[in-house]
Design a protein around this ligand. Structure first.
Ligand SMILES: [Zn+2]
Ligand SMILES: [Zn+2]
Length: 115
């Protein structure tokens, strides 16, 4: 019988196997392109972000691009205690702990602050 010649522990062969294995386990360390479910744009989910994602214990990849994620977080937040009214000077929204007195002009922090 002539079986195949087996080289028990050839240093070159060991080197090859190690190289192939390393390439496979490194697949996670790549930037990935994901599609945002909100705006449909593609965004980069970088290797660093993936690591941060795993570190925080998230199992699923993000479904929204960073701007849409920020927007979703903003709209999810309850309006807060009190009432929203408009600044009498610049017109931006001002959150008040209680409804403003009738006929009283409401100013935002910026307009109320002394210049
Ligand atoms: Zn988006
Ligand atoms: Zn104002």
């Amino acid at each position: 019988m002539t079986g195949p010649v087996v080289v028990p522990d050839h240093p070159f062969r060991r080197h090859l196997e190690k190289g192939a294995g390393a390439r496979h386990s490194g697949a996670m360390e790549e930037d990935r392109t994901l599609t945002c479910v909100d705006c449909g744009l593609k965004f980069i989910f970088s290797a660093a972000e993936q690591r941060e994602h795993v570190r925080r214990g998230y199992e699923h990849e993000p479904r929204r691009c960073p701007p849409c994620r920020a927007e979703a977080r903003r709209s999810r937040r309850p309006p807060g205690p009190g009432h929203i009214t408009l600044c009498a000077s610049c017109g931006i929204e001002v959150a008040l702990p209680a409804p403003p007195p009738q006929g009283r002009a409401v100013l935002c922090d910026a307009c109320r602050a002394p210049r």
